[in-house]
Design a protein around this ligand. Structure first.
Ligand code: NAD
Length: 476
């Protein structure tokens, strides 16, 4: 049983009614337990953040930048422990756990730099009208609630926490109940750095704790990453109080492969886009659109590449893909295998759970999937790839855009002019050309349509935690 809530600069035991099991998905067994925070503890966390706000927002940008660089450095010093915990609790292969940690470190360093540039953004505004001056002042939004999922816990929290602290906001963070130990690191680092009490608060729990936070009237903003169903509940709570909300939701993204591609290279990109993190990525490119001229050469190679992936326990084997992170996710993916059988889909690889301990499934490929199949239209959040063929560029664009989601897409083509043209026509927040899942802290993250509202990362991520004020003075 771990003491796992960080409120007003102190570690406290949960007083909620839910007991949370922290599991090793490769064994399907728990290795830690904690009690959820009670609703009263959520109140205390919000009150602590409120109390800390006036002093924190008065700190200089360079003081806040120093704390952020401290977070980056301290993450680096805990490298082995954090990589191992992600392998154990998320089931991530070592190299993916290392990428996540490096991403979190880069995020804190990047927002330290942006914090230092903030004072220059408070500047005079040239006015056409005579007799007046005006100046811009960027102010922190205030107390922010941050609710995150389990698939990239260190990263998703860093993408919110770093810009929020850089802007001068105080924070209540609610990690996922599936991976609640990961973000405790941020509380431990806050302790080590002497971050003022109440600037960062962490409450763990399930839906009840999340709802208590998202509905709390002491927040000035809520930033949520997770499923569409919970996202819409969070938006309802925010709308009741006319409070701003950022939503990073699901995806069902396309990877479009034109027939001028190198087949082997295309197969590599397609496999990475569906097997990294066992396909549990909002940005998984789970809809393959392959042009007629290359499909017959590509699909058998893709089948072989998926079947050859080494699936296993990242802690004891050299693996390309680990288990699904939770039993609930494993059951959900298995239910899509059943739906595929009911729908009579043609399965070229996988299509089943693995017959071993833990929550493993085979990397899966369905081909010639009808456009109205549930497997083509719904987010599965597992290593399940569906493929369709296309003839023309216009058809590829239309099919890729025919989705209620709009998070990302990948375009693979040797004709760069065409690739750029297609990228411009895709209704998504981020397009990769001839590359896969490359996320840089300087570029934005977020989606169109049902994939969310707002953008994280880059200067847009910081803007989400800043309020614009103008002061206009009459010279007369
Ligand atoms: P989820 O929506 O079930 O949970 C997300 C968080 O919300 C968790 O902390 C959970 O405890 C909390 N929560 C649950 N019920 C709540 C309620 N009623 N009120 C407030 N909070 C509540 O999502 P998940 O299963 O943890 O994550 C998977 C989903 O996240 C997928 O749909 C995936 O696409 C999405 N995701 C999106 C992005 C992105 O950047 N767009 C990134 C990662 C994951």
């Amino acid at each position: 049983m771990t003491t796992s809530h960080y409120i007003a600069g102190r570690w406290v035991e949960g007083q909620g009614s839910d007991c949370i099991s922290v599991n090793d998905p490769a064994m399907g067994l728990p290795f830690a337990e904690l009690m959820a925070a009670s609703v009263a503890q959520v109140d205390q966390a919000v009150a602590a953040a409120r109390e800390a706000l006036p002093a924190w927002k008065q700190t200089s940008a360079s003081q806040r930048a120093a704390y952020l660089r401290g977070f980056a450095e301290q993450l680096g010093q805990r490298r082995e422990a954090l990589v191992t915990l992600q392998m154990r609790n998320n089931g991530k292969p070592r190299h993916e756990a290392e990428i996540d940690l490096d991403d979190a470190i880069a995020t804190f360093n990047y927002y330290a730099d942006l914090a230092e540039q903030l004072p220059q953004k408070n500047c005079d505004v040239p006015l056409a009208a005579p007799g007046f001056t005006a100046r811009t002042r960027l102010e922190p939004v205030g107390v922010v609630g941050l609710i995150v999922p389990w698939n990239f816990p260190l990263v998703t929290s860093a993408w919110k926490l770093a810009p929020a602290l850089a802007a001068g906001c105080t924070v209540v963070l609610k990690p996922s109940e599936v991976t609640p130990l990961m973000e405790q690191t941020y509380g431990q680092i806050a302790d080590t750095l002497g971050l003022p009490a109440g600037v960062l608060n962490i409450v763990n729990g399930k839906a009840e704790t999340g709802a208590a936070l998202s509905g709390h009237n002491g927040l000035d903003k809520l930033s949520f990453t997770g499923s569409n169903s919970v996202g819409s509940q969070v938006m309802r709570s925010a709308s009741a109080q006319c409070r701003p909300v950022t939503l990073e939701l699901g995806g069902k993204s396309a990877i479009v492969v034109f027939d001028d591609c190198d087949v082997e290279q295309a197969v590599e990109w397609i496999v990475a886009g569906i097997s990294w993190n066992a396909g549990q990525m909002c940005s998984a490119t789970s809809r393959l659109l392959v042009q007629d001229g290359i499909a017959d050469a590509l699909l058998p190679r893709l089948q072989a590449a998926l079947e050859n992936l080494r699936v296993g326990n990242p802690l004891s084997e050299e693996v390309d893909m680990g288990p699904l992170t939770s039993q609930a996710q494993w059951l959900k993916v298995a239910s899509y295998f059943a739906t595929a059988r009911e729908e009579g889909l043609q399965c070229l690889a996988g299509g089943k759970a693995l017959d071993r301990d833990g929550w493993f499934v085979s990397p899966t490929l369905y081909v010639d999937v009808p456009a109205d199949s549930r497997l083509w239209t719904e987010e599965i959040f597992g290593p399940v790839l569906c493929a369709r063929r296309f003839a023309t560029e216009a058809q590829a664009i239309a099919e890729a855009n025919d989705s209620r989601f709009g998070l990302v897409a990948t375009v693979c083509s040797a004709d760069l002019e065409r690739a750029e043209r297609v990228a411009d026509a895709l209704e998504v927040g981020h397009v990769w050309i001839n590359s896969v899942q490359a996320v840089f802290v300087e570029t934005s993250w977020g989606g169109t349509k049902g994939s969310g509202i707002g953008r994280e990362l880059g200067p847009w991520g910081l803007s989400g935690y800043l309020s614009v004020k103008h002061v206009t003075r009459c010279l007369g």
